[in-house]
Write a new protein. Sequence first.
Length: 109
Amino acid sequence: MKQNGKKAHKVTYPDGSAYVGEMKGFLRHGYGTYNWKSGTRYTGEWIDSEMEGKGTMTYPDGAKYVGMFKDGMEHGEGTVTFSDGFKYEGEFVEGRPFGAEAETKPEAA
């Protein structure tokens, strides 16, 4: 099986989640897509089974984050868009928007 011109592997986990992509031994490593049983999906770069580098996380409620990841969390420059159209572009630190103005999603006026 090939993905992005490289050898891809398919792994199904006991909890119902699945991964298709590059691996190093039994670790997700390189480029690939992980689907959680909940419906959340991550497509992007992996290092030693951690989301690391550029990627896209799509959530079951329609929200989507596109940007940088570090140690399995949104970290660095990125954009999150919610299903109602609210959008935040900027820096994320350890999975959260950075700065007081982005700590919570504002309610519609």
